[in-house]
Design a protein around this ligand. Structure first.
Ligand code: DC
Length: 234
């Protein structure tokens, strides 16, 4: 269907809860590419820090966390049931534990620590070294793969994003309120855009996808035309 002669890097950045992972996962399956959810990596470091005493009463102890970094090994393993990779920390499956509101509330200060970003960016660059990868995050097109052939910047109305996350969390039985989720979405947007190191910003050569009122199928149609345009110019 597509010109698959040359494998490329597809960088997907954007605001939290925009459906980046759903979109990236669908693209990767379509192209036979590897999908890397870099947000899951920042969440996993946050979980490890929480479980090993480097976060207490909601406060991140930066020195204690940096001292733990060498003990953390993150791996992805493909799970055919989900059609995506599950994330493991030191061999333990953490997929279910990292997507809670507690971790969402603590991940911003953790992801603003330089040593954390250095470690995870190096891992991400290694994972995408052979190309043929779809990576989603906040700094993929600007820092991790500034040479990505296709860069997409995703955005959606904050209320629409909060509704999506609320539906996701309540469906798995989490006791959360819509306002709490909306607060988290808005405060993470602010933290992501205003941190000193690698803040969220649209790369100059990224194309914008606002999916507030688009179905996944419509997003895929949009993607197909963008992909075709990029690979036919290679
Ligand atoms: O995509 P997500 O909501 O699961 O990401 C969790 C947090 O990790 C998000 O609040 C910002 C941070 N993050 C980051 O700083 N850089 C990335 N490449 C991916 C995520």
């Amino acid at each position: 269907m597509f010109n698959q002669k040359k494998k490329i890097v597809i960088a997907i950045d954007g605001f939290s809860s925009c459906g980046k992972s759903t979109f990236a996962k669908a693209i990767a399956a379509r192209l036979g590419y590897i999908f890397i959810d870099t947000g899951a990596m920042y969440r996993s470091v946050t979980l490890y820090a929480l479980e090993h005493g480097a976060i207490r009463n909601g406060i991140v102890d930066e020195d204690a966390l940096v001292a733990l970094l060498d003990d953390i090994t993150i791996t992805f393993r493909f799970n055919p049931m989900r059609g995506a990779s599950d994330i493991y920390v030191n061999g333990d499956l953490v997929e279910g534990k990292i997507r809670t509101i507690e971790i969402s509330n603590l991940v911003s200060p953790v992801s603003s620590i330089g040593a954390v970003r250095e470690k995870l960016v190096a891992m991400q660059q290694q994972m995408g070294a052979s190309r043929g990868v779809v990576m989603d995050g906040r700094d993929i097109g600007t820092v991790v793969f500034p040479d990505a052939e296709l860069k997409i910047f995703m955005t959606a109305d904050p209320k629409v994003r909060a509704e999506r996350r609320y539906a996701e969390l309540t469906a798995k039985g989490d006791d959360v309120s819509f306002d709490e989720i909306l607060d988290n979405v808005v405060s993470r947007d602010h933290a992501d855009m205003n941190r000193a190191i690698s803040p969220l910003r649209q790369a100059d050569d990224a194309i914008v996808l606002d999916n507030s009122f688009m179905t996944v199928e419509q997003q895929m149609e949009w993607f197909d035309s963008q992909f075709e345009r990029v690979v036919s110019a290679l």
